[in-house]
Design a protein around this ligand. Structure first.
Ligand SMILES: Nc1ncnc2c1ncn2[C@@H]1O[C@H](COP(=O)(O)OP(=O)(O)OP(=O)(O)O)[C@@H](O)[C@H]1O
Length: 262
């Protein structure tokens, strides 16, 4: 085993004539917050979709704890310990916050249909443990006030936190956050930064994040990968990557030397 929680080795994705991801490699250590940045169309979401197995890589390999998961079926990803949130929130809108989190938690139900039908003590114990786990997440994310509210009636910022809670309810080793600050105001983005810090420090979960808000990126990321046109531009500490001439050029569309004071 490599010692990394996650590894991408030379992954590429071809859509017809377009190489959306082109020979991208990186490793993510356990407990790390690893952020992918880049201008629109850089290939960030496509990398996420490869990791969560929504897309097949045209070439390359992805490994979780040293295990090759390149060909794993999408429905098995959650049980392997990978959870994700989406750019556009995906929740059961006409269920309560608690129900949404319980649905997430139920992927770990280990009882079989017969023992469930008989409601044996083992089933009751498993159900109690799931509910306790979900209540801990509700506490951690300050969701108690919305616990029994329908998701559809919640403000956007609260729905974003519920989606994070639903992902945490699956007990992930690796959490993929797709633009966690999108649609949030400054105060809500601050809160999101706190949640991300708590998740990694208190729960020991590893995070791979796609994010545009550079304040959030600098605050929570251990390392940053910058992409443009499917390729890796730079990889390193947040301030190093943001100062990298190729990264500045990708964002502003002309060589960095024209704008960076010496
Ligand atoms: N299913 C698809 N079919 C065809 N082209 C696609 C598909 N998904 C993404 N692309 C293209 O691949 C390229 C990379 O897209 P991707 O969504 O990964 O970029 P991104 O960095 O996440 O951009 P954004 O910040 O705008 O979300 C784009 O040119 C996009 O149009």
């Amino acid at each position: 085993m490599s010692g990394h929680l996650f590894e991408a080795k030379g992954i590429s994705v071809q859509f017809g004539g377009l190489r959306a991801v082109d020979d991208v490699s990186f490793t993510v250590a356990k407990g790390e917050v690893f952020t992918i940045i880049g201008p629109n169309g850089a290939g960030k979401t496509t990398v996420f979709n490869i990791i969560s197995r929504i897309y097949d890589a045209t070439t390359g390999t992805i490994l979780l704890e040293g295990q090759d998961i390149t060909q794993v079926a999408p429905h098995r990803v959650a049980s392997l310990g990978i959870a994700r949130t989406f750019q556009n929130i995906e929740l059961f809108e006409h269920a309560t916050v608690l129900q949404n989190l319980l649905i997430g938690a139920h992927i770990h139900r280990t009882t079989n249909p017969l023992t469930e039908a008989l409601f044996l003590p083992s089933v009751r114990r498993a159900e109690v443990a799931l509910r306790e786990h979900v209540e801990r997440i509700i506490d951690l994310l300050d969701l108690a006030v919305h616990r029994d509210s329908m998701v559809a009636g919640l403000p956007y910022g609260a729905r974003k936190v519920v989606e994070l809670g639903r992902a945490l309810a699956t007990k992930p080793k690796l959490l993929l956050l797709d633009e966690p600050s999108s649609g949030l105001n400054v105060e809500e983005t601050e809160d999101m930064a706190f949640w991300i810090e708590d998740i990694t420090k208190d729960l020991g979960i590893t995070v791979i994040m796609v994010e545009h808000d550079m304040t959030l990126v600098s605050r929570v990321s251990d390392r940053v990968l910058a992409m443009n046109q499917g390729r890796v531009l730079a990889l390193g500490k947040p301030d190093e990557v943001q100062r990298h001439p190729a990264v500045i050029e990708a964002y502003i569309g002309r060589p960095a030397l024209e704008v960076v004071p010496t």
